[in-house]
Design a protein around this ligand. Sequence first.
Ligand SMILES: Nc1nc2c(c(=O)[nH]1)N[C@H]1C(S)=C(S)[C@@H](COP(=O)(O)O)O[C@H]1N2
Ligand SMILES: [Mo]
Length: 218
Amino acid sequence: MNDDGGHIKPRLIASKERQAREGRHLTGRAARPDAERLPPGQSVVEKWPVLDLGIHPTIALGDWHLAIDGLVETPLVWDWGAFRDQPQVAARSDIHCVTTWTLLDNEWDGVAARHVLAIVRPKPEARYVMFHCHDDYTTNLPLAYFDDDDALLAHSWHGQPLAREHGGPVRAVVPKLYFWKSAKWLRRIEFMAEDRGGFWEERGYHDRGDPWREERYG
Ligand SMILES: Nc1nc2c(c(=O)[nH]1)N[C@H]1C(S)=C(S)[C@@H](COP(=O)(O)O)O[C@H]1N2
Ligand SMILES: [Mo]
């Protein structure tokens, strides 16, 4: 990282912890992805909001690396060239943020999560994934949500390089979970046997975060 591009926002973090304690935005409904386009309590927005801890790291492509390690047969580190040499996929999905906005029909380009899994080969005991980011953000998820055909490591959105404020050069995209699980400025993917909470999961957000079951807090 070349500069910190901002400051951490303690008041924003405190207010989100309060919202989690108070159960803000909860509707108490569940919805089915095959029957409804929107998970409970979500509203469609037209413009893509920027939400993060307040730091927007600048990572030059020449300095960019992604480590993939933990409980895998073949840990690796990709530099930018190696990452771009992997098979590329295009995928379309909706973004559902826990703060209730939904952005429909996002077109991503990048490397499929399942390609990553085929290369590193998680050990049988690996059941969870932790994403680690350049702003020190972390988020955890069950391996089953990363091992899905819609999950990817995205470098482009609607055909353009992912903007820095949205996590470029590379962010994770895990469409079946609330968007706080889709880590921006990704630098490391760690495979784990035991679950461990990430940044928001330790501050009152739900451990899994399935929008269709309205798992906002927990
Ligand atoms: N590295 C990092 N990734 C992050 C965050 C963050 O603060 N740092 N915030 C999360 C949250 S809470 C949300 S809602 C989405 C927002 O992504 P966007 O700014 O591209 O809309 O990023 C998620 N990924
Ligand atoms: Mo969020």
